[in-house]
Design a protein around this ligand. Sequence first.
Ligand code: FES
Length: 146
Amino acid sequence: MSSADIYREIILDYYRNPRNFGKLENPDIVKRDSNPLCGDELEMHINIKDNKVADVKYTGKGCAISQASASLLTEMMMGKDFDEVKKLSKEDILENLGLTELGPTRLKCALLSLKVLKYGIYSYLIEKLKDTSSADKIKKEASGLF
Ligand code: FES
């Protein structure tokens, strides 16, 4: 099996067996966004406790890449401290899904969940932590994703 096949299998597994799919009851962060090219949507719910991600869930509809990346991202975030979550990058997602040569259209699919996460963190920084300077950085990063 080639490495491309292995990564295809990973994407299909995350798509068919979504991790952390659903909603939280009283989330600290709720954010929703869509891919402007297809209208597919993703919503993320996150709970922060003791400066760490205590729980995270997502709902949405979309292609295998968008849903697999959301599923993977929730696993990558779980238990991480807030600063580590803020640092999760486009490269982290693409590397973990083995997606190195995506065209611009598929790139939006792969990064939709990260965009939702970054805007979610942005809202949390502004509303709960009153940290506008970190928030500005995150907002810039999020708007640069696509
Ligand atoms: Fe809509 Fe991929 S085709 S997110």
